[in-house]
Design a protein around this ligand. Sequence first.
Ligand code: ZN
Ligand code: FE
Length: 257
Amino acid sequence: MLHIHPVPAFRDNYIWVIHNQSNAVVVDPGDATPVIEFLTHNQLQLKAILITHHHSDHTGGVAQLCRWREVPVYGPATETIATVTHPLCETGQINIPELPLYLTVLDIPGHTLGHIAYYRREPFNMVFCGDTLFSCGCGRIFEGTPQQMYQSLQKLAQLPDDTLIYCTHEYTLGNVAFARTIDPDNNDLMDFERKAQQLRQQNTPTIPTALKQERAINPFLRCEQSAIIASAQQHAGKPLPDPIAVFTVLREWKNRF
Ligand code: ZN
Ligand code: FE
């Protein structure tokens, strides 16, 4: 049985540790210290490190972790990350028999150009998607185009309903506040806000979130819904021809929200 544990880092990052109570894999360790503490305290053997993209809050702890335990480091083939030993892109696979853990790779450019996600099918679908799909939101577009980001989100949105989304930041309540202004009559969103507020009051992560839930509440996955189109058009002051145009307006609006 696999356990997936969030190690909090910095202000709002989660470093995900996937383990079976003896062996562990770590995703996006921006800081080594809390990871080493967690692994040591729980007597877990580090077997591999996975990286979704090159930003330092996702990679900053890798060198120190590799000095502590020499393990393979998987990461995006098209980004320059000195510590990566196993570069990957869309057709890539990872097999870690000690857990066991089998993952496939999805290219999801937009936040950065080489950004990848790690997807695990059966028996429980889950995806480690870095800074691309957040609960009720999405990552900023630093390197790609709005069209690339939109297509990457659509790729993630086509995974099975029960796929659990393990993103790397606790941005949920801020994202919900934005979503409420553009989708004010969405009852699922209001219910979700109450649940998310309760979790945060108890200092509990709102992540993971299920894809089915995200399709109901996340405005960036709902760019073809009439309420979202209406809000985006009103904000833009002009008609918007397609979902990518709606997405582009929403993403720029959120940057200044
Ligand atoms: Zn990032
Ligand atoms: Fe980040």
